[in-house]
Ligand binder design. Sequence first.
Ligand code: GRF
Length: 203
Amino acid sequence: RRTAILISGRGSNMAALLAAAAAPAFPAEIVLVFANRTDAAGLDTARAAGIEAAALSHRAYPGREDFDRAVDAELRARNVDLVCLAGFMRVVSPWFCERWLGRMISIHPALLPSFKGLDTHARALDAGVKIHGASVHFVVPELDAGPIIAQAAVPVLEDDTPDSLAARVLRQEHVIYPRALQLVASGRVRLEAGRTVSEARTS
Ligand code: GRF
């Protein structure tokens, strides 16, 4: 399935998805990397991998939905069927969510439903949790609240800082995001009535 990855910065999750999608049998073909900032470092990573990269500055649009409609036009122009938000630091509008419901997934650096929102690693340390991690989920209008597709857990260590914890979580993000995209692109997992539904294992 023709897939676009939306980024805002470094794009390490995007790079992990590109690497996984390079396998011939992978069920998703990355046809576009799109950023809401023209200086997103991940755009160069995509171009170096031979993937089309485009950017629109969200500041050039009066409202959130105006920007989202411009993004939607970019996606439709390339017959994109699946969207991966990967470090895309924008809250997508309800209009965009409805339009891509069930065909848009995202990664969050925490074990949802814990620690929705920003600064998840510092908040996890402040909360004194012993287990932290990452979640891939379907995107719904409510922030970080979509049905979960995949998760990975990591231990929180005594001497952890937000950066050391973030690095441990990020390594797992790069494992679960490609797995989640494979599950959704292959149809093994889908969004149905607000829940993730998995096809019974046939093999
Ligand atoms: C990652 O922790 C991701 O979970 C969050 O943004 C961070 C940067 O991701 N959404 P990336 O390196 O830009 O993929």
